[in-house]
Design a protein. Sequence first.
Length: 256
Amino acid sequence: MISHRFHTKALMLIIQIALLPICVAEELRPLSTDRPDTTESTHTVDAGHFQFEMEIGAWTRDGDNRDVSFGQLNSKIGLDHSTDLQVVTPFYTQVRNGEEGFGDLQVRLKRNLWGNDEGATSLAVMPFIQLPTSSGDLGSDKVGGGLIVPFAFDGPANWSCAVMGQLALEANADRDHHLVGLASATASHALTEQTAFFLELVSVHSAESGSDWEACFNTGMTWLVTPTWQLDGGIRIGLTGASADYSPFLGMSTKF
């Protein structure tokens, strides 16, 4: 009798443990990621929860140059209902016949101003600092930083749209700081309940002397494997001479 009760309780415990991820997933907000497009999400991670977004790998061609990067990780933790803290870690980059190693670390704080849970529009602000942690010439040797402002809204015909502005202070090879402005616009549409595709335009202009305008077109797909796991892939295509020619990529995201 004792053995029967024990096995019954043990079975119930196993079932509860197995169902725990499903229960947790239902309590969380829908997974909203800053990747794979350049335009950042306006939504924050649920308070007390973690979210990890990784670019598993990207291969970039720019004329005769070939770059490979692996494991760029954005680690997030929800601080309260509308705020999360993020650390972006570029683990490994290799430039053909050039530098290889670690990139610059970026620390960001995202604050949603409205629309975090529902609504046709949402807005967030995200100040950030960039630390000179890179190997060789893979980044800057001085601290930089800036402000990112994404705005999302419901488009026609079930399209989800967003625009973003970013202003950053960066240092060049001579250790002089200059302003860099970025503007982007993205639109995504669901194909099925688990899959969607996106289209995006990105423009970058630097105030550094001698710099040229950069612009690119990005497109790709996302696959929501479970409510808290997502895979993505796509390609970034340069539209100006100063931009990299193209860069296919693969990524994944999860939260718990």
